[in-house]
Write a protein that binds this ligand. Sequence first.
Ligand code: BG6
Length: 485
Amino acid sequence: IPVDLFDLVIFGATGDLAQRKILPGLYRRFISGQMPQGARIIGAARSEMDAEGFRTQVRAAIEEFVDAAKRDPGNIAAFLDCLDYVSVDATGEAGWDALRDKITPGRVNAFYFSVAPMLFGPLAERLKAHDIARDDARIVVEKPFGRDLASAKALNATLAAHFEESQIYRIDHYLGKETVQNLMAVRFANILFEPLWNAQYIDHVQITVAETVGVGGRGAYYDKSGAMRDMVQNHLMQLLCLIAMEPPYHFDPDAVRDEKVKVIRALQPIPAADIVRGQYAGVKASAARAAQPGYLEDSENPESRTESYIALKVQVANWRWQGTPFYLRTGKRLRGRASEIAITFKAPPHSIFDEDESSWRENVLVIRLQPDEGMNLKVMIKEPGPGGMRLVQVPLDMSFAEALGEEGADIPDAYERLIMDVIRGNQTLFMRGDEVEAAWAWTDPIIAGWEARGDKPRPYDAGSSGPEDALMLMHRDGRRWREIR
Ligand code: BG6
């Protein structure tokens, strides 16, 4: 279904994110018929260039980042026709009047700030001063939204000076992932899980976002950030919220976000013993694999104490979750790329079978976010055969691609979905200002704690499953991490 007619201005249109995600994503929406005829995408950046130059750049981005099967020359040419470009000076006055002339009244009026956060204020101010953003305009801002509570508050205040909260779309691209939204469908569209969804029946929850990539190429940004700020404060926190939140009264932006904020506020401070930070160490070439650089080389900071891996034991202090820990871990240069949530249920209260305990396995619900999006419920059944009542655990495994056929295989990229939500005016999958602040309020003392103690991250081999100490975090509770493959 096409969205309403829009003018979308992308600040930072020549930057990496715009070229890799935003513009290829818009192209895919265009070929799926969701962009209405006449909609305009206006690139804005400092580089002096005309619309033709911008189109040439975007064509190259499509060639690089869109699947060959979707790159029909006619479609590409038609999409490039929707593009325009203006050179603007974000902190000066050049280009703003030219930008205003390109905006058509009566359309959805949207502005994507794909720029460094220090430019949010100057852009917001100029959009208003030059009468470019209307009272119903929408602005989209990228992460990182601050690096601590104070800076996030300052950013919120800067934006609030020019725009209402209902006009501000703070992106956390994890919320745009199809399977992440599916978490809400699984929980709130089925009766099966909700009665068991609490500390009485759930032993613990594991949330893993493992990556194989390192930080090479963006070391300067990452070294000031680290896994806690780059991944936990936003992406893993969002996943935790969707698992832990109470049912909202309606699938409505504020109803959903109210429930998420309550979860964040219920998060307990984390003692030092429940935090493991790691940093990948380089490995030499061997017969089995090529050499891999270590974090200190990738970040170009030989003294760095920034963590490229973190594991945490998190407690949600409320009625539903008291006593069920959430174990979170994320890291770079790990053995495999896998994001998943595993919910381990408690064992039945009493076994009627004469089984020795070692064959007993708890039910586990695994939600795979990427790759191979799907769900896997591990259940106990009788082992087939005449050997008596022997039990075995088997997976009820569903891959969305198989279950839904072509539709399931063609999962849209997170950014595509989110940009279309901006045009539709739906903020459900965007973070509200108080939500971001609550997340920083929880994160700040954890980071301040390890800084004050002078903790160094533990080294782990590039290509491994993380530091040994992370294993202990669960072992000492009689539990263990799922394997990263
Ligand atoms: C970004 C982080 O927000 O998310 C990156 O800055 C990380 O460090 C990326 O690699 C992971 O996103 P995805 O969609 O590849 O899981």
